[in-house]
Structures are given as C-alpha cells and as structure tokens.
Ligand binder design. Structure first.
Ligand code: HEC
Ligand code: HEC
Length: 403
C-alpha cells in the first residue's frame, strides 16, 4: 500500500508512468491491486436505505413522485451492485461495481489514487505524443484469471497515463445543457487576446455531431453514454443497443446479452440523471465572499464559468465544459481525435472539497496544488493568483472549498 503511493508520487513529475519502473516493483500485483476497489467491497445500499432529501448529497435534485422514487432507488442499487460472473461480470474489467470506484465523499463520489484507471501506449520518441496501441487505449483492462490469453496490458505498451475517478453528482443537469450554450464560449483562435482558447470536443454519434461533456477529455456526449461505456469498460458488462455506439453489445462470457437489461439500463440512467449536485456549504465567513470576488478578478471564471444555462435553469457547475491546455509544451501524454496532448476538459469545481486528489491523474493533493499546476492557457491567471496577498489567496481557496 505504502509503496504503491510512493510509486505514484515519484513518477508524477513526468505525468506518466514508465512500465519499467513499475515492473521492478511487481507489475501485475500493482495493477490488480490498484484497479480492484479496496475501501468497500460490500454493497452498501439495501431496500431500506433512506434516500437523502431533495438537494442533499445522494438525494435527487427535485421532488420525485412515488414511481420515480422507486426507479431512483432501483438505479441506485444497480450502481451499488457487486456484479457476479454469473450476471456477466468481465471477462475484461477493472472492478466489480460502479460504487467500488465512485465512493469518496459519499455514494457516487470520486475515487482515490489506488482506484485510478490506466491508459496504455507506446513511447516512440516523439517529444510530446505517445502512440496508441492496436485497439486504442482500450488495452487498459484486466482479464479474469481463467481467460485464455490473459494479460495486464498490451505487450508493446511501455508507458501509461492515469485517470482519476471523478464524482457523478449533478451530472444529469450537465447532460441537459444545450450544445449551443457550450459552443457560445469557444474561442479557438483566441480572438479576444487573453491567451485562453477553449474548444468543444465534437463527437460523431451515428452521423450527428454532439458536444462531448463527460470524461477528462470530454469524450462522451450524454450521461447515458457513460453508463454504457463504464459498464463495458470498467465492469465488462454488456448493455442494450440504444443506437448511440458507446455500448458493448456482446461478449463471450456465456451470459445472455445484454447483461444489463433494458429496464435496468433505464433505472440506472434515471438515477444518474436525477442525482443532485453537491450542495454549497454556504459558509458566512467573509473570506468566502472575498474569495468569490478574487476568483472573478484573477480570471479563474474565464474557464470555470460559474453557471451555464441548462434545460431546468442555471447549472452552477463552475466549468465551460471546453477543452483547454493548461499543461504546456513540456507535457507528454496521450491524445484522442479532437483532444490533443495536454488538452483536458475544465473540471467542474462544484463539490471540489469532496473529491481530492485533483487533476486528470490525481497529481495534485490539494486545491492549492491544483491551482499552482495551471500553466499554458492559464499561465496569466496563475501568475495573477501568485501576485495576490496571502489573505486573498486563502480567501480564494476557501471559496472553492465552499462550492
Ligand atoms: C475502476 C474504477 C471505476 C469503475 C468501476 C467505474 N468508474 Fe466511472 N469513472 C472512473 C474513471 C477513472 C473516470 C474518468 C474516466 C475518463 O474520463 O477517462 C470515470 C468517469 C465516470 C463518469 C463521468 C464523470 C464526469 O464528470 O465526466 C461517469 C458518469 C461514470 N464514471 C459513471 C460510472 C458508472 C455508471 C459505473 C458503473 C457502470 C462506473 N462509472 C464505474 C472510474 C470508474
Ligand atoms: C485556461 C482555463 C483555466 C483557467 C483560467 C483556470 N482553470 Fe482550473 N482547470 C482547467 C482545466 C482544463 C483543468 C483540468 C486539467 C487536468 O485535469 O489536467 C482544471 C482543473 C482545476 C482544478 C482541479 C479540480 C479537480 O477536481 O480535479 C482546480 C481546483 C482548479 N482548476 C481551480 C482553478 C482556479 C482556482 C483557477 C484560478 C486561479 C483556475 N482553476 C483557472 C482550466 C482552467
């Protein structure tokens, strides 16, 4: 346990981990241990588990009628389910339940470094880019020990990048933000000369282009796409064909497909869509009010836009949902079509107090560390932060902790 954390820390200066280093410490043990959920293996939700009140952490964001409440509870149980092999778990997976990774700060929350997911690639000497492996980054899977050809990663992989587990609170409100609302904030050529660009990730869904809103590289457009994608990628569970192309429809584990039934998929989507955003702490400390002003003044709000207009009214997520490069030209990593090396989605800051560590791979232990790691497009803003008085910096951090 201890050595695993030290391994992560030792290698975070480069942002990626060289397999050579890890192999020296026992690669398969590390990978297996790191991707199977540790804090709680057991299901935590049963039929009597109360649903928190409207707007509370773990509750719905609006009143539910009796039928909706039943659906919310069924969806919550699905998120909690420890999938068994007889129900379709694997053969390739990273864990056996959604909750297993999403539980820091509350049910549906984030995950610690020990639960990070790995993306594998090959270092072919390019100054920035790592090469995708055959089959893309989906090589980052664990296979059930009884699976023929079992391997922890592609044999050509010699580097991997990590992805920290973000919380899923409030994401239904994000899913319903119209694409046009996000596109209105794009500035691909930096036309206003503030050094900050911001581009939307455009995803082709069966010939229709949609804005990517979810994932560190904004790789998925709608919240239900993440249910399909995570069921396939994290649990090895097949889901119904909704025509959007993000589901695994069949696998070879002998369990009838789809392993998550259409009704279960509807319940799971409903739960995720209705789950409330993290409530504001609402501290009356005058430093928090000062911090809000400073947050605007130094320019954090240029990317971490306090509010976008959603289908149900304002969504106070503190993000523009656009991709920015805040890492700069020395950052080496992986790219995806439409999201180059170093480009990540502005992370919503609501609930940030509950979801440490920070940034796409968890390299920042605290909110302050995360701020100090902003460079490139955010260079001017970070410098403005550094020029603040100690009290103003403190106020700004207190404000973020209040969100
Ligand atoms: C092995 C750990 C793990 C498991 C199990 C897991 N997730 Fe995740 N989840 C992650 C990671 C890591 C990310 C970030 C992935 C990325 O963007 O590359 C993520 C991202 C998400 C997001 C997007 C959050 C955002 O802000 O964009 C949603 C939604 C989500 N997961 C839902 C689920 C559901 C539903 C399940 C169960 C079917 C599940 N996850 C199982 C680790 C996990
Ligand atoms: C140019 C756009 C931009 C500006 C300006 C900016 N950020 Fe960010 N911020 C981002 C992006 C993009 C990420 C995610 C980067 C990653 O994960 O590698 C991020 C991540 C963060 C995180 C980590 C959150 C998490 O859950 O992992 C915090 C905290 C944060 N920003 C706070 C701030 C504060 C405070 C300011 C002002 C001092 C600021 N940011 C200015 C774009 C910006």
């Amino acid at each position: 346990m201890k050595s695993r954390h030290e391994t992560h820390k030792a290698s975070f200066s480069s942002g990626v981990i060289r397999l050579g280093l890890v192999v020296g410490l026992g690669a398969s043990a590390l990978l297996l241990a790191a991707t199977f959920a540790k804090p709680s293996h057991a299901e935590v939700i049963n039929d009597d588990t109360p649903v928190p009140a409207v707007g509370e952490l773990g509750g719905p964001f609006r009143e539910l009628n009796a039928a909706e409440m039943e659906m919310f509870k069924r969806g919550r149980k699905l998120f909690d389910r420890d999938w068994k092999q007889s129900q379709g778990l694997g053969t390739e997976m990273n864990a056996d339940s959604c909750r297993g990774c999403h539980q820091t700060g509350g049910f549906g929350g984030s995950g610690g470094l020990d639960l990070n997911v790995f993306r594998f690639a090959r270092d072919f000497g390019d100054p920035l880019l790592f090469e995708d492996l055959p089959g893309g980054q989906a090589g980052s899977k664990i296979r059930r020990p009884d699976t023929p050809g079992r391997e922890d990663h592609h044999p050509d992989a010699d580097v991997f990048e990590q992805r920290q587990t973000p919380p899923v609170f409030g994401l239904g409100l994000v899913s319903d933000i119209p694409d046009a609302e996000i596109l209105a904030n794009e500035d691909p050529t930096d036309s206003n000369g503030d050094g900050i660009k911001g581009v939307a990730r455009m995803i082709d869904v069966g010939g229709v282009v949609e804005v990517g809103k979810f994932g560190w590289k904004a790789q998925l457009p709608q919240l239900l796409d993440f249910l399909s994608d995570a069921a396939a990628g994290e649990l090895g569970v097949t889901t119904p064909d909704n025509g959007r192309g993000f589901a695994a429809l069949n696998d070879t584990d002998g369990v009838a497909d789809p392993e998550m039934t259409p009704d279960e998929f509807t319940d799971g989507t409903f739960f995720l869509m209705l789950l409330a955003p993290p409530p504001r702490v609402g501290s009356s400390d005058p430093l928090v009010a000062l911090g809000e002003q400073v947050f605007e003044d130094v320019g954090c709000a240029t990317c971490h836009i306090p509010s976008l207009e959603g289908a149900e009214g304002p969504v106070n997520l503190y993000s523009d949902l656009l991709l920015h490069d805040i890492h700069g030209p020395t950052f080496r990593g992986m790219s995806e079509p439409g999201a180059g090396v170093g480009f990540y989605r502005t992370v919503p800051l609501w609930g940030a107090r509950l979801s440490d560590p920070y940034l796409h791979d968890g390299r920042a232990e605290t909110i302050l560390d995360a701020v100090m790691m902003h460079t490139a497009e955010a260079e001017g803003v970070r410098q403005a932060f550094e020029a603040l008085s100690g009290m103003e910096q403190d106020a700004l951090i207190k404000f973020v902790e209040d969100l």
